[in-house]
Design a protein. Structure first.
Length: 583
């Protein structure tokens, strides 16, 4: 809604906010120059959906969403020709359907009567307004207006014109095995499913997608691409085509097409524009059918340059100092998909040399590199992390990379390797760097052995980079600037306020209207000190004590590192607050 004061009263009346919370949100909105609804969501006081429902009830305007199946793109009515894409994006609206001379439109501000009048004049239709959240409107706009040039929608339209559907073709295993080059799509009725799967893969790769989600519900299919860590909906195939698509993907992955009750994992490779891309496939049965997630591993897009992955100068210096020691343990932590493997391979790429023996054990081997002896885990035949590590110790290694420490046996074997003169790099799943110590002690590692062998702990996250072509500069408000000053840990090196410019996302063709293009890591890196070793030896896993020592030693938190990316103009303050947690 445009009228922020009125919206505040609506939210208080609906019981979503107290008067104190309303005033707090209003002050935050004024300082950050955001609409009140955005400020409420940013502060975590209410969700977009709850705000939209409250406004819907107050204005007596119907609420449209994916969940109630009203916010669904109607492709058969050529709505993209009635409302231009530029107008839809500028005013945050999306046409839903056309009945006789009435055009239903989802809007984020259904009280904007001037906008409705402009729509009425432009379309020569009567307008029926619905209210929807901004995020769902943007997703619907992407789905509606990408249909013109998207490979998926284009393929589906061609099949519709030909009078065939993807579900009509029979799968031929030999044919599926043979057709793996996406630049050469087969023709004929036999290839309907092949063409549609190929279109999905080609569009995913062209949009820099890291994961493809294909799932079915009672009456519809949902297709989503994860781009720069965020899921976006894409034009979905018909429900009748779903089982044929799953079978095609299973055949490519060498999985059992008859098994629909148990999870299955597989992989296959494809060629696009002379690039070989690997896909890891996971299939999981759900109540509405099987869900497929394909992880896209484009090795050609991985840059193993330690100067370009996100380290601050001091962090890089500390990491390489530990990595160039002849023995010891280095642990990097972070959630799945946070770029830990890329960081460790960038370090190995920097320190590798012909006079040293490098060995890795991973599940799976995602990056192949010359000069390293890389081993793939095969638990079904007994080749586990721990078993491979025991074998490595008889292979005269200098540096060992262990993809992940998952259990006590692997942790203890890593420790023994570090204590017997080898450098061991590995990963763990913890929330921050210092929690690594507590996690390893919980796994059964003796504190006195850990204190002697652990050289460095680090944590990382990925923040989205602002699109350089459309990022919009602004001068941060007092509260935003003060927060940056406090949390960046720059102390007296914090720049003068007059010289600081922040940027916010805007959206353009280059970044697919998201405002972001690519991601970069932010780190917290702690090189072990004598004080920390003594604390581990005496107090074990006392996390509060360990964090106190790390802070006293000047370790930057993840949020401090992220704020430095904001000051450098690389990302936005909203991205920092959404990816990192307050210390």
């Amino acid at each position: 809604m445009r009228g922020n004061p009125q919206l505040g009263e609506i939210l208080v009346t609906a019981g979503l906010l107290s008067e104190e919370q309303r005033d707090k949100a209003a002050n935050a909105a004024a300082q950050s120059r955001l609409p009140l609804a955005d400020a409420v969501v940013k502060l975590g006081l209410a969700s977009e959906e709850a705000i939209a429902v409250a406004v819907s009830r107050h204005l007596h305007v119907p609420y449209a969403s994916r969940e109630n199946k009203i916010l669904r793109v109607e492709r058969s009515q050529a709505l993209e020709r009635i409302v231009p894409e530029s107008f839809a994006r500028e005013h945050l609206i999306v046409p839903l359907f056309l009945e006789e001379n009435v055009l239903a439109v989802a809007m984020s501000a259904p009280d904007d009567m001037l906008l409705q009048d402009n729509l009425r004049v432009m379309t020569q239709k009567d307008i029926q307004a619905f209210i929807a959240t901004k995020s769902q409107i943007l997703n619907a706009i992407d789905e509606l207006y990408s249909a013109g040039g998207g490979a998926i929608a284009k393929t589906m339209r061609m099949q519709e014109k030909a009078g065939v559907g993807a579900g009509e073709s029979e799968e031929n295993p030999d044919e599926a095995e043979r057709v793996l080059d996406l630049d050469h799509t087969p023709s004929g009725k036999q290839a309907n499913v092949v063409s549609l799967v190929n279109a999905i893969l080609k569009q995913a790769i062209s949009e820099r997608c890291s994961d493809i989600h294909l799932e079915s519900y009672d009456e519809a299919v949902q297709l989503r691409f994860r781009i720069d860590g965020v899921l976006y909906e894409r034009p979905a195939p018909q429900r009748s085509a779903f089982n044929a698509l799953i079978s095609r993907i299973k055949i490519l992955s060498k999985l059992d097409i008859a098994e629909r009750r148990l999870p299955q994992d597989g992989q296959f490779s494809i060629r696009v524009q002379n690039r070989t891309i690997d896909l890891r496939v996971s299939i999981c049965p759900t109540v509405f059918g099987e869900k497929v997630v394909m992880r896209v591993l484009d090795k050609g897009s991985v840059e193993l340059d330690i100067d370009k992955i996100g380290f601050e100068p001091r962090q890089k210096e500390d990491f390489l100092k530990a990595a160039r020691r002849p023995h010891g343990l280095i642990f990097l932590t972070g959630p799945t998909g946070s770029g830990k493997t890329t960081t460790l391979y960038s370090v190995l790429n920097t320190i590798k040399s012909a006079d040293m023996n490098f060995m890795t054990i991973e599940d799976p081997v995602e990056i192949k590199m010359e000069g390293l002896n890389q081993v793939q885990v095969h638990s079904s035949i007994g080749l586990t992390f721990a078993a491979a590590l025991r074998s490595f110790l008889r292979q005269d290694p200098d540096v060992i990379l262990v993809g992940e420490v998952r259990d006590q046996e692997t942790a203890q074997t890593c420790l023994r390797a570090a204590l017997t003169g080898h450098l061991v790099l590995s990963t763990l799943h913890t929330n921050d760097a210092i929690s690594t110590v507590v996690r390893l002690i919980d796994m059964g590692i003796e504190p006195f052995l850990l204190a002697n062998s652990l050289h460095l702990v680090a944590a990382q996250r990925l923040v989205r980079l602002l699109c350089p072509g459309c990022k919009k500069p602004y001068k941060p408000g007092g509260a935003e600037l003060e927060r940056c000053r406090e949390e960046s840990m720059l102390a007296d090196k914090f720049p003068d306020a007059a010289a600081i410019t922040f940027y916010q996302p805007q959206g353009c063709e280059r970044c697919a209207r998201t405002g972001y293009l690519g991601r970069r890591a932010v780190y917290e890196v702690y090189l072990m000190t004598q004080e920390m070793r003594e604390s581990i030896y005496k107090h074990g896993g006392d996390l509060a004590k360990l964090r106190e020592i790390a802070a006293r030693s000047g370790m930057w938190s993840l949020r401090a590192s992220a704020w430095r990316k904001v000051l450098a103009g690389l990302t936005s303050s909203d991205e920092v607050l959404s990816v990192t947690v307050e210390e």
